[in-house]
Design a protein around this ligand. Sequence first.
Ligand code: SF4
Ligand code: SF4
Length: 398
Amino acid sequence: MNKNIFILTHGDTGAFETGSVPFEVRIPLNGHGKKAVKKKAEVYPGLLVADHSNAKIGDMHSGITGVVTEVTEKHVVIKAQELAPAADGEDPKPTGVEPVALAGLEGDELRAALKGLGVDIRPLIRRCDLLVINALNPEPGITYAESMLVHAKSTVNAGLEMLKRLSPASRTVVALPSASTAAFDGTDIAFINPQYPNSLDELVVASITGKESMKGVNVVDLHTLYNLGAVAESGMPLTHTVVCVEGRNIVAPIGTPVGALLKEASIEVADGDSVIMGGPMRGEATGDLNKGIAKDTKAVFVVPAGVFQPVSDHACFSCGACVQHCPSRILPNMISRYVEFNEIDFCRQENIGACIECGLCTFYCPARRPMLQFIRLGKHKIALEEAQVAACALQVDE
Ligand code: SF4
Ligand code: SF4
């Protein structure tokens, strides 16, 4: 197998492109119960569209000017259009929001302000002694990291400074690909061999600490840091993010339909092609080109029909390739079978929780079994079972 396909460094591919305004945005919601806009409402960049009752989950804002055409539990859809001017005698219509002064805020006030500006606080404030910034490209083919460290370094630095204000960690380490020349004043650097799956958080931490344990460690990736930095620098709501579209890094409004983003990058999608949101190893296929990108969408790829044989629930023929390549040293062949036949207790015995979801078992499986999907399903079933047990225990206590 050619190891170059797993290389995680691509050099500086230039400053990020600014995408054109899409014809509409479908801003994805994730339990944002309180909608701040109704159908037909006129909106403008930075306007709050949905609020989350959880103080650690960021609110959602419009990145474009336009009119709301749909409000559901899953998304707010805004059609891009210029707004009619105010009628004679009326106040002029607002075209944007005022920045929030974050510099003087601390503690709960700072967290609340960031949440209100669209930042998900939960992954930033986890209890830890060591904070690791994972600044590698997350998967092969994703190219934004090195360019971000050159052309958006001030945004990254602003994110890091803000993160240090939020995190309880006593030490911060930035993990960079070996040979990187990026520097961070007053912050330790660790170099990681830029070969997938070394970019996965668990392996980055193992490389830094020498331990196969995440205890006392919190990892924040560069994409999240960039989003945080954009808010910290401007005091404005998070309305845009950068997405690697087949190697081109485009800054686009959150909610931009995947199809519009592919068009922006001049990529045609033909019948039978697969569109992947996320990286090629761990991403998820979508059949809906209208689906809007989320704030954590890092990449979009198209796999042309016929390049790979589609995965299906073919039988395992015990070749052992998945076991040989599993960085967690578990038995994906057995675990996938146990999930397939709903033997969830055996999944626990085989330590399914140790899987770091690298996707290498799927990649190497000559039977084209959907290994990662089986494992994610198994973990999901275990989580459901545990939630049910916890709910029962609560009732007994009462
Ligand atoms: S995805 Fe597969 S290869 Fe990767 S850690 Fe999990 S079981 Fe192992
Ligand atoms: S790689 Fe596929 S066929 Fe081979 S042992 Fe693993 S699951 Fe079975």
